[in-house]
Design a protein around this ligand. Structure first.
Ligand SMILES: [Zn+2]
Length: 374
């Protein structure tokens, strides 16, 4: 034991940089290169979603193990808990072992669906590692081959965006649905930013309208950040109503996109429950009085949670459950299908709170047992 310790001590802490490189950096580099080599030859399976599929027999909670982003620990360099989706699923599976097998398995949108949500120019730039690095703020992606950056980060996002569309379609059948991912509210048709490469909200609205499944959509964006992506896409669109309640002191400060908001509630940092729920209690009924949608797209960002380093709104865990319940109750009271997308939320505790909130919705509205016939 003692011998081993000294062996490493001598090699890690002496001033011989050549030796240090040999014992520390070289193994790390070799492991990384081996991973790169393996991933380079992996071509993801083309598991595309079929928008005409019926989800009548499912419980409309959408998930795929593909949602989770991991790269041998390197993902820990980013504050985003990139495996929260799997953690939510695991907790729901423990709590509701009979329900989970009936959940919907997410699939990817094909080129035509992506083309509906985005401009060809934007999709062209998305192939490059440097674009993906910029959008996700994962600097190390910049040095990776394009294909590897795609496999590692863009593929999970594609599954999540596909899951959002599937959840919206399921919500039209069941009256409600939850995607255990998605809610990329900073992405618009021609731009991605803020960890949002794909405009899943835009894709939902554009697809459902094109197919004649809806005419009018309401976006209730309760993520801590301003939803500048969908606001940019639907500015001036009278058939899309946007309620956005956000911390005005943090990213993105997008004044141009604000023109797309129908009802904006701007909060200061660390607002807390009392102020937040006072405003939400007024804002939700006001939205449904002003506008009668065919679907509600609810971005349930949990970065409003107390302690979130980015959201900074200081809302309690109980407050998250209460908020989600208030949105579902409003939608159900007005007989409008509601699809919940996860949005942001950057602490390790978020997955547990989201799972608890979904279980609370099930308890309050009997969602799983009636599969939506509330
Ligand atoms: Zn956010």
């Amino acid at each position: 034991m003692r011998v081993n310790k000294n062996f490493w001590k001598n090699r890690l802490y002496n001033d011989n940089t050549r030796k240090r490189a040999l014992y520390i950096y070289l193994p790390i580099l070799l492991v990384l290169l081996a991973n790169v080599a393996v991933e380079m030859f992996v071509t993801p399976k083309s598991n595309f979603l079929n928008p005409s599929q019926s989800f009548k027999d499912n419980i409309p909670v959408v998930y795929s193990p593909h949602y989770n982003i991991s790269f041998r620990g390197l993902e820990n360099l980013h504050p985003f808990d990139s495996k929260k989706y799997g953690r939510i699923y695991t907790e729901l599976k423990q709590q509701k072992p009979d329900a989970v097998p009936r959940f919907i398995t997410a699939a990817k949108p094909d080129a035509a669906l992506l083309g509906l949500a985005h401009t060809a120019e934007y999709l062209e730039t998305l192939q490059y590692a440097r674009t993906i690095a910029r959008i996700t703020e994962l600097g190390f992606l910049r040095v990776l081959p394009d294909k590897l950056a795609n496999n590692l980060v863009l593929e999970p996002m594609k599954y999540q965006a596909g899951g959002s569309l599937q959840a919206a379609l399921a919500a039209l059948e069941h009256g409600w649905a939850v995607n255990l991912g998605g809610g990329f509210h900073h992405a618009s048709s021609g731009n991605g930013e803020g960890f949002c490469p794909l405009a899943d909200i835009g894709m939902i609205i554009k697809y459902l309208r094109r197919e004649g499944k809806i005419k009018k959509a309401m976006i209730i964006d309760l993520d801590a950040h301003q939803g500048n992506g969908h606001e940019t896409d639907f500015t001036g669109d009278e058939d899309v109503y946007i309620l956005d309640i956000y911390n005005s002191e943090i990213y993105p400060h997008d004044t141009k996109a604000k023109r797309g908001i129908d009802q904006a509630v701007e909060l200061r940092a660390f607002s807390g429950d009392k102020l937040y729920f006072g405003l939400l209690d007024q804002a939700l009924p006001q939205a449904f009085t002003a506008f009668q949608p065919d679907i509600v797209i609810y971005i349930a960002g949990t970065d409003i949670l107390d302690g979130d380093p980015l959201g900074a709104l200081a809302i309690s865990a109980d407050g998250i459950l209460k908020r989600d319940e208030m949105v579902f109750r409003q939608a159900f009271d007005h007989d409008v299908p509601v699809v919940m997308l996860l949005g942001g939320g950057y602490q390790k505790s978020n997955a547990h709170i989201i799972a608890q909130s979904i279980l609370n919705l099930d308890r309050k509205f009997g969602l799983f047992s009636s599969a939506g016939k509330h």
